[in-house]
Design a protein around this ligand. Structure first.
Ligand code: DGJ
Length: 748
């Protein structure tokens, strides 16, 4: 049993293989959080919170004489509103009288087999009996507001999910001004925060910092999970490393405006709240209506941050991604964006495809510019999902047939959520775009965002995309989103409901994605939002891979992909080899280095093959063969970060088969130094007793400038697993601009 109720202690305990989560129904009926951490069997942890009378922490009315039982001190599963708990609140609710208030008291609970679902939004799923659900019902006696707290317990995966539902069972309309997914109170102690911030072309840069007194908010109000703050945080004990120490994480399964707050209160206790961003948010809850929060995924481990990441990787692959491609090999694709931008026709695309086929690639992806009035730039056409045959010089089906005839699959770019003023759609329905009455809207890439909170807009997009996919044998779709949402105002919504628009946009988008991905299960979908501006678990429910960043420079990608790997599996990370000098940074990096970095992801190309030299063509043929040889290990192996490329001269990472039979090591050194000690890497996840042989050795460097000698080819070298893990592997000295290594080890 993963979920246990103890009548004696009034505790509800959730066990996963290695963790325990415990809560207790308090004397008055509040649901107290007692513990989340390493597994503890058969114990009640309420002794962690002895009653203490803290000055200026108000007492519950019923305990006004005893003193020391205060809402401001008790660890809570979900807070009330305006109750005397002065820490972060999970809910802000206003009654018709104008009174802000809610105080939730336990009513009942139920333990169910299987996993709850979240209405209208993606959430983790369970196969067979791999999950149990705990539902706890609480109620605010004054407003009649019912709160259902939901816990999904995945014992084998060592993961707990949470979500909340609020139902107005009272007689008057309530306004929810804030509804978080969860509150997680941790006892006194110090935590470091690891978070993933960035900007366009520099997503998910990992920052580690101690949490100190006060509130730290990580949020976005952009209508997308954003390039700026990923909806994923890790709290780690200060001494925790990649390989040891306590750490836990909260990942939101949500792709819209979100926030995560961490408060270290005046007593040194840490509270985490996470959920929908409440800026511009106000949800009208009429009697009988229910509001569902998005889901969050929690995991804890005492075995270090790397172990926590691997837990999330496995969970996303096994319990979030619905696509049949989750565990399937992905095609090595070539995308024409950086090869042609808008300057293409069918002949040019077939020319690229022909060369790609000769190099061993599997798929040709036609990017932006094939539809409506989208001819030479990005100022027109969005919204009109009809083929521009004049520009292509033929029909789309002719083009697809020609690509298929080369033995390649065919992929297509779309950006359904947007509209250009210069489009037939906008001319017919200007009110379908977000604009504020009487004001000129802020423009992003000269486009507006369609109001997906309106059912007719979602229906229009469903029909357009269904027609596109029915009438053309398309194998892959890249679903882009190239601006954030400003001017949040729906022309189809009542004034008092305008505070619901940003979240209703997400509900509309999820409906659209649900319809299209279930109607076309054989299509491989790749998400994108100006690169990695919507790289989150909500999107992964529909998109098994997401374009990680518009910055294709291998050096920049090192830190972007490093940060991304903390929460998300490598097979979700869209990564391509592009031309040099790189179009974003102007940097020149050896071709093999670019390939080694792109192999730390889905792997593909984004360049004009007609500009390659014969030598480069040969290299690319070898790279593709190399990737295909190792791709199952890359996508399915356990991932280890061997160092932090943000704060070091090099980046190093490794995959190991879970049975220890093979391992692949990647190494890239953007900064080469003279007279330095050899770089020695300790590998992970090997069989200590076994012997390993290097059976694939790739080096990317100016070979003849290494002390006038070639780099020693390590192919055939043998090491014991213990030697590689405990003593480490001393790397050959590499010189030149951004050298790199790729080593494959097999157990002999
Ligand atoms: C942004 C994407 O991230 C790029 O890869 C490309 O598809 C462009 N949009 C096309 O407009």
């Amino acid at each position: 049993m993963s979920i246990i109720y103890s009548e004696k202690d009034r505790t509800l305990t959730l066990h996963t293989a290695n963790t325990t989560y415990q809560m207790q129904i308090g004397g008055i009926g509040h649901l107290k959080h007692l513990y989340y951490g390493r597994r503890v069997d058969s114990a009640c942890m309420d002794g962690l919170y002895p009653p203490v009378n803290y000055g200026f922490s108000p007492d519950y009315y019923d305990f006004r004489l005893e003193r020391g039982i205060s809402p401001d001190v008790l660890p809570q599963e979900y807070t009330g509103c305006n109750t005397g708990d002065f820490r972060l609140a999970t809910i802000e609710v206003k009654a018709e009288s104008g009174a802000y208030g809610a105080d939730f008291l336990y009513e009942s609970h139920e333990i169910r087999e299987g996993k709850y679902a979240v209405a209208g939004m993606p959430s983790a799923f369970a196969r067979g009996d791999e999950a149990q659900t705990l539902s706890v019902i609480l109620r605010d006696p004054v407003t009649g507001l019912k709160l259902e707290l939901l816990y999904g317990v995945y014992e084998r995966q060592d993961v707990i999910t949470r979500a909340a539902r609020l139902t107005n069972e009272g007689g008057e309309r309530l306004t929810l001004q804030r509804v978080m997914t969860l509150c997680l109170d941790m006892p006194a102690g110090h935590w470091d925060l690891l978070h993933f911030h960035g900007r366009h072309e520099m997503e998910r840069q990992m920052e580690r910092m101690p949490l100190t007194s006060g509130i730290r908010t990580l949020s976005t109000r952009r209508g997308a999970s954003s390039h700026v703050h990923n909806p994923f945080v890790i709290l780690a004990a200060p001494e925790a490393t990649e390989t040891s120490g306590d750490c836990f994480a909260v990942m939101q399964v949500y792709s819209g405006s979100h926030r995560t707050d961490m408060e270290v209160d005046s007593r040194g206790m840490t509270r985490v709240t996470a959920g929908i961003n409440d800026e511009l948010f106000a949800w009208q809850l009429a009697p009988g209506e229910t509001f569902h929060t998005p889901e969050a995924i929690l995991a804890f481990t005492h075995e270090g941050i790397g172990s926590l990441s691997r837990r999330y990787h496995r969970f996303i692959l096994g319990n979030i991604i619905r696509s049949q491609y989750a565990f399937m090999q992905r095609p090595v694709l070539i995308n024409n964006w950086e090869a042609t931008y808008f300057d293409f026709n069918s002949e040019k695309i077939v020319g690229i495809a022909r060369q790609a086929a000769a190099l061993g690639m599997d798929m040709m992806v036609l990017d932006d510019g094939w539809f409506g009035g989208r001819v030479k730039d990005d100022n027109a056409g969005l919204g009109d999902w009809v083929v521009n045959e004049q520009k292509l010089g033929g029909t789309l089906n002719d083009l697809i047939d020609r690509v298929h005839a080369l033995g390649l699959r065919f992929g297509l770019w779309i950006e359904p959520e947007m509209v250009n003023e210069d489009s037939d759609l906008y001319r017919a329905h200007p009110d379908w775009a977000y604009t504020l009455p009487g004001r000129k809207p802020a423009m992003g890439r000269n486009q507006l965002v369609l109001d997906l909170s309106r059912a007719e807009v979602v229906d229009y997009l469903t029909e357009s995309l269904t027609r596109l996919l029915r009438e053309h044998p398309i194998d892959y779709i890249k679903w882009d989103m190239n601006r954030n949402i400003s001017d949040v105002y729906s022309h189809g919504c009542a004034p008092e409901r305008q505070g619901e628009i940003l979240h209703r946009y997400m509900l509309g988008l999820y409906t659209l994605l649900e319809r299209i991905t279930t109607a076309f299960p054989d299509v491989l979908f790749e998400g994108c939002a100006g690169g990695g501006g919507r790289f989150d678990a909500g999107m992964m429910a529909y998109f098994p891979q997401i374009w990680c960043s518009d910055d294709t420079d291998a050096v920049e990608r090192l830190t972007i992909q490093h940060g991304t790997s903390f929460g998300y599996p490598i097979s979700t990370v869209g990564a391509h080899v592009s031309a040099c000098p790189n179009h974003q940074t102007g940097r020149t990096v050896p071709l093999w280095t670019r390939a080694i970095v792109a192999m730390n992801g889905t792997f593909g190309y984004e360049l004009d093959p007609s500009k390659l030299t014969d030598a480069e063509r040969d290299e690319i043929r070898e790279q593709i063969a190399c990737f295909k040889r190792h791709r199952d290990l890359i996508a399915g192996g356990d991932y280890y970060r061997l160092n932090d490329p943000q704060h070091n001269d090099f980046g190093a990472w490794q995959y190991a088969a879970s049975d220890g039979s093979e391992a692949l090591l990647g190494f890239v050194q953007p900064r080469v130094r003279t007279n330095a000690a050899p770089i020695c890497l300790r590998l992970c996840g090997l069989d200590g007793q076994a012997t390993y042989r290097v059976d694939d050795f790739r080096v990317s460097c100016h070979k003849d400038t290494v002390w006038n000698r070639r780099v020693n080819d390590m192919t055939g070298a043998t090491f014991t697993g213990a030697q590689l893990m405990y003593a480490g592997l001393a790397l050959p000295r590499l010189l030149g601009d951004c050298p790199a290594l790729l080593l494959h080890f097999v157990r002999v």
